[in-house]
Unconditional design. Sequence first.
Length: 430
Amino acid sequence: MGLGFFLLPVPVGGRLTVPFDIAIGWITDSAPGAVALYCLTIILAGAVVSVAAARKRPIEGTFLDGFRTAPVILAMRALGAVLALVFFFEIGPAMLLQPGIADLMWAALAFSVGVIIPIGAAFLVLLVRYGVLEFIGTLMRPVMRPAFRLPGRSALDSVTSWVGSYSVGLYLTRELLHDGYYSKREAYTIATCFSTVSIGFVAVVAQTLDLLHLFPLIFVIYFVCIYLLTAILARTWPTTSVPDAYLAEPQPEAERPSHRGILQEAWTRAVRQAEDAPGLWRTLGRGFGDGLVLAATILGSILAVGTAALLLARETPAFEWLGRPLVPVLSALGIPDAGTVGPAVLVGITEMYIPALLVTEAALPARFFVAVLSVSQLIFFSSMGPMVLDMFRRIPVRAWELVALFLIRTAILVPLLAGTNALLRWGGVL
C-alpha cells in the first residue's frame, strides 16, 4: 500500500502521476472551502497550544511537549495565526491580499502542505514499519555510505521527495532522527540536501518557461546537480560541524554477513521488521495523528516567514541590488540577458518559483539556466526554510546556516550550469 501510494504510475489527463498526487489534488480542488477552514483551525490550534506549552511546566512526555519551541518560532506561529485570519476572511492590508501573496501563501502553499503532511505521514509510516526502510537501506548502503556519508536507508528519504513532496521527506527524516535511525549530522545532511522539489514541480517550472520540450534534459541535469552537491556538502561546513550524536538509542544499520547475498539479506531484515510491526489501522492512525500535530506546528511558521520573504522580494528592490554584482560574472560565463538573470539567481531564497517568473521573456539559454538553477538551490524561505528550522530545532538547524548553504549551493551551481549551458549551445540543443 505504501509503495503503491507513492510510486505506482497512473495516467491522468495525458500525464503520468502517482496516487499520492491524485489524492492531494482531489482534496484541495474539490473542497477548497473545507480545506481553508481546516488550515485555519490547525494553525490557530497550533499557536494556542504552543503558547500553553511555553507557559506550563513541566510538560516533558506530555502532549504539550510536541509544541514546545524557541521564543522566535513561537512568535512566528503567533504571527502565522494572525495571517491565517487575514487570508481566510480576506480582511486586512491590501499588501497582504494582493495576487502573488495571498493566493500563493494561502491557497497554494498552506492548502497543499496542510493536506500533504497528515496524509503523506499516514502512508509513509507503512514504509517504515513494514520493512521497506530496512529493504532499501540494506540494498543502498554500498552506495549511500561512500558517496554521501549516509546510511542506505536515507535513499528512501530522497525517493519520497522526488515522487511526493519535500515536506513528506522531511517528516520521514524527523521521525527516523527521533527514533535513533539517524544521527544529528546525518539528519542535517538529509534535510538540507535531499529535500528536493518533486518531479511534478520541475515540470511546472519548465512549462512556465516554455521549456516543456526540454523537460527530460532539465530533469537529468537537475538529478545530477542534486547528488553532486550532496556529495560535496556532506564533506564541508556547516554539515561537518554537526556532531554525530543521537537523540535516542542508536539504531545503526547492521553489517551484512559475508555468506549472504545483499538481496537475500535485505529481504530477511525487511520481513523481520514487518513481523514486529503493529496492526495496519493502528499504524495508519498513528501516522495521520503525528502528521496533524506536525502540520499544526509548522503551518503558522510557513505563513509568517514565507509572507515576509515574498513581500521583501516583491515590494523592495533588495534582490535587484544584490543581483547587480552578478551581472558581469554571468556575462563573462556566457549567460545571455545577464541583467535579467542576475536578480533571479538570488531571489530563489524567498520562493523557488519566483526566478522563473522573472525570466519568462529572456533568451532560451537564459531560461534553461534559471530553470535548472532555481530547482537545484533547494533552500527557500517561503516553505522549506521554516519547516526545517521548526522540525529540526533539536539538532539544531539555524537560519543563518540555511542562508550560507543557499549561497554555497549557488556558488557551485552557477559556473557548473554555465558550462553545461555552453556545451548544450555548442551542440545545438539550446
